[in-house]
Design a protein around this ligand. Structure first.
Ligand code: ADP
Length: 397
């Protein structure tokens, strides 16, 4: 069975075409600048990427270009679009309606529409992707896989905010959490690598990318996570603030004469590592270089980032009454040994000890704690697309 995995944003569309029997990626690509000008980069496995620049006015055109690229006689990987057995769509927000992935039908589309309120930047774009695929591939089964659904197992005490309960009752204001597909994949791999049933493990997964979140996984279920109603809460991220005193909003808005949209723009786009480093970069590679050159602003951003992750791990150790494993994933978690080491060095009190030699790797699965470490530390490259393809295959079989 061959599955097309689609991650559709407002002006971009990422895809992977996966053979689920062998779990191999046959091709992947990215359509960018939809509605602006248009660019498609298509990479068949084991071959060079091909780039096409042409007008892409809407998502229908983007999806038709993906189908053309996949079936192209030269750099395609199938001869007919009928070989696309199913499509898996990444959907950002499933609210309380979806605790697992589902086959897409009219009812599901209506429910995703209802969640647009909770993710106004993401869900509408995800829906456009679904509609474009339905139009161009009528009759092909499609599945929705939600960023939020893994966290629907969180207990009420973990998802409840300390605000009047009527806001939950009226508007469903609560913690939802994101990166669920990644946290589910990584925690599953941790159990497999350690050779233990996931039902017996307490795992903290640190998904450290541009967007970053930490998740407490107990007995295979998410019991708490750092992102909230939106992905703004929790860790200090590339450009997002993460946790802060909510009264800061009014204080800065008054001082800087900002309205609420302007303030949210600051918290989403100008804060985090970028803001704390006084504008050096949102990319940790540049922070690291500046830190190595002795820049105090880079050190400040680095240290605040690490400290926030450490605080969350400590909180989840308390929430789960202990930790068996800490896993690192995503751009920073997979590529930055120094950050992994700095975080783990705080966790000596849990009995976690890093083997520096084993930690000196990038992008491959490894247990990098010492043999006598009481808590296992792991690097696990995430694979959200494979998880989406697996869910899709198992639901449409
Ligand atoms: P996104 O949330 O946008 O998917 P990523 O998972 O790509 O983000 O993570 C981006 C972060 O990971 C950046 O801070 C960057 O410095 C770091 N990163 C990504 N790839 C590498 C790499 N090859 N080497 C070092 N750092 C990397």
């Amino acid at each position: 069975m061959k599955i097309l995995v689609i991650n559709c944003g407002s002006s971009s569309l990422k895809y992977q075409f996966i053979d689920i029997e062998t779990e191999t990626v046959l091709a992947k690509g990215l359509v960018e600048r939809i509605g602006i000008d248009g660019r498609l980069k298509h990479t068949p496995a084991g071959k060079d990427a091909v780039v096409k620049e042409e007008s892409i006015p809407d998502h229908n055109k983007a999806v038709s270009m993906v189908i053309e690229a996949l079936t192209d006689p030269e750099h395609g990987v199938i001869s007919d679009m009928k070989e696309i057995d199913a499509v898996g769509h990444r959907i950002v927000h499933g609210g309380e309606k979806f605790a697992s992935s589902v086959v897409i039908n009219d009812e599901v589309i209506a429910a995703i529409e209802e969640c647009c309120d909770l993710a106004p930047l993401h869900n509408p774009a995800n829906l456009i992707g679904i509609h474009a695929c339905q139009e161009l591939m009528p009759g092909t089964p499609m599945v929705a896989v939600f960023d939020t659904s893994f966290h629907q197992t969180m207990p009420e005490k973990a998802y409840t905010y300390g605000i009047p309960y009527e806001y939950y009752e009226k508007y469903k204001v609560r913690r939802y959490g994101f990166h669920g597909t990644s946290h589910r994949y990584v925690s599953g791999r941790v159990a497999a690598i350690l050779g233990k049933p996931i039902e017996d493990l307490k795992i903290v997964v640190c998904h450290l990318g541009n967007g970053a979140s930490v998740c407490a996984v107990k007995n295979g279920e998410s019991v708490d996570t750092s992102m909230g109603l939106t992905p703004l809460e929790g860790l200090i991220m590339g450009t997002r603030s993460g946790d802060l005193d909510p009264a800061i909003l009014q204080f800065i808005m008054n001082k800087e004469n900002l309205d609420i949209d302007g303030m949210l723009n600051v918290l989403n786009k100008k804060s985090g590592i970028l803001g704390v480093s006084n504008g050096i970069s949102s990319d940790f590679r540049e922070i690291e270089n500046a830190y190595a050159a002795g820049d105090p602003a880079a050190k400040r951003a680095n240290d605040a980032f690490v400290y926030r992750v450490v605080k969350y791990i400590g909180a989840y150790a308390a929430a789960m009454n202990g930790i068996d494993a800490v896993a690192f994933t995503a751009g920073l978690g997979e590529n930055n040994a120094k950050i992994r080491k700095e975080i783990c060095d705080y966790l000596g009190y849990l009995g976690l000890k890093v083997d520096d030699e084993k930690n000196n790797v990038r992008g491959k699965e490894v247990v990098f704690s010492t043999e006598d470490s009481k808590v296992a530390a792991l690097l696990v490259p995430t694979d959200e697309e494979m998880m989406i393809a697996r869910d899709t295959a198992s639901l449409v079989k």
